[in-house]
Design a protein around this ligand. Structure first.
Ligand code: ADP
Ligand code: MG
Length: 349
């Protein structure tokens, strides 16, 4: 009875600790937090100055004594203290919001999706960070598994499911069957490299120095991985490399495609290699169900077509790919048996 009463007010959490975006789902409420994974900190004193959107706004504009950076660079925890601060910030934010009107509310259960490249020591550390931030219990699951659950793939069946999560810092490729990951590859090439490739191309071809925020916008607005009939254009501004003056250039989608081609090919090659490694008893399932695309990179125009052509497999993009991991983790808050099956760490206190 008491459990039921508390259950009504409980605010268990699912967290997607991504390299670019951190999302927090609050049970019974939905996605409550969606912020960039950026921390701003004083270089010497290590004092945290801002987290999330506020910290991102400071990126590239900080005075020398302040650094604004991503703690989960390239899918590994590059800075543990900052990752811990970020987790602490969001967990306490939600906990305080909910417990202010009823202070006896039990501490939350937390399920965190972490990149699969994270080491055992780092996993422990993430778990400890959740507990010290007020979680009653913390479970960790690998992001490709969370993404597959978020995509409603039959992960616990004796069936092969293939998921590709193209994030900012990493592309995670996994084949899942019977609640476990059969093949897992993590490539440190994803959305960030696409942005970089546009900056390099524009520098070489147009002698224009442009910033990363604008190259990301170019990618999202006119970028594509596959030829399309409709050519789009966009004007970008920056600094002329020859005379240092402000300059603008009109880019076409064909140029952006050319700029991104080599990075896209590397991602596709890795997917193709993985397809070739699928055990024969699972390959038919993947052929039937198709390759599932998640993560922000899945929103790149034509990426599904390009992957499908290279692998000769059907490919589909999940609905709302940016929230797929957090939705998958959220489903595990209510499904203890699946959680016990797929978690990599956790449950211990
Ligand atoms: P992570 O899980 O690593 O935090 P996300 O899944 O949140 O990453 O995806 C972020 C990446 O998705 C960024 O590189 C961003 O530029 C890219 N992205 C978001 N929307 C689009 C879009 N419409 N087209 C292409 N790329 C996109
Ligand atoms: Mg992600």
């Amino acid at each position: 009875m008491l459990n039921y009463f508390f259950g009504l007010f409980s605010h268990d959490l699912a967290i997607d600790l991504g390299t670019v975006n951190t999302l927090v789902y609050v049970k019974g409420k939905g996605i409550a937090i969606r912020e960039p994974s950026v921390v701003a900190r004083h270089r010497k004193s290590k004092k945290i100055l801002a987290i999330g959107t506020d910290a991102k706004r400071m990126q590239g504009k900080t005075p020398i004594q302040i650094e604004a950076f991503r703690p989960l660079k390239d899918g590994v925890i590059a800075d543990f203290d900052a990752t811990e601060a970020m987790l602490h910030h969001y967990i306490t934010l939600v906990h305080e919001n909910h417990s202010s009107f009823l202070p006896i509310i039990p501490r939350p259960k937390v399920v965190v999706g972490i990149p699969s490249g994270v080491t055992e020591v780092e996993r422990r550390a993430v778990q400890d960070a959740c507990l010290s931030a007020g979680a009653r219990i913390a479970y960790l699951i690998e992001e490709p598994m969370a993404a597959a659950i978020g995509a409603n793939l039959p992960v616990s069946e004796a069936k092969g499911s293939m998921i590709v999560d193209i994030g900012g810092g990493t592309t995670e490729i996994a084949v899942i069957s019977l609640g476990g990951i059969v093949i897992n590859k993590s490539l440190r090439i994803a959305g960030d490299e696409l942005d970089d490739s546009i900056v390099s191309y524009v520098r070489l071809k147009h002698s224009l120095l442009m910033g990363l925020p604008s190259s990301e916008l170019v990618k999202k607005t006119i970028g594509s991985a596959h030829h399309s009939k409709e050519e789009k254009h966009m004007v970008v501004r920056g600094r002329d490399l020859e005379n240092g003056l402000p300059k603008s250039v009109r880019l076409s989608s064909a140029e952006v495609r050319e700029a991104m081609a080599s990075v896209i090919n590397q991602i596709i090659e890795m997917i193709d290699e993985t397809v070739e490694e699928i055990p024969p008893e699972l390959v038919g399932d993947v052929m039937e169900q198709g390759i599932t695309l998640a993560g922000g990179g899945a929103l790149l125009d034509g990426i599904d077509k390009a992957i499908s052509e290279a692998t000769k497999m059907p490919v589909w993009v999940v609905e709302d790919p940016l929230t797929c991991v957090v939705r998958g983790a959220a489903r595990l808050l209510d499904n203890k048996s699946l959680l016990d099956r797929v978690r990599v760490t956790g449950g211990l206190k």
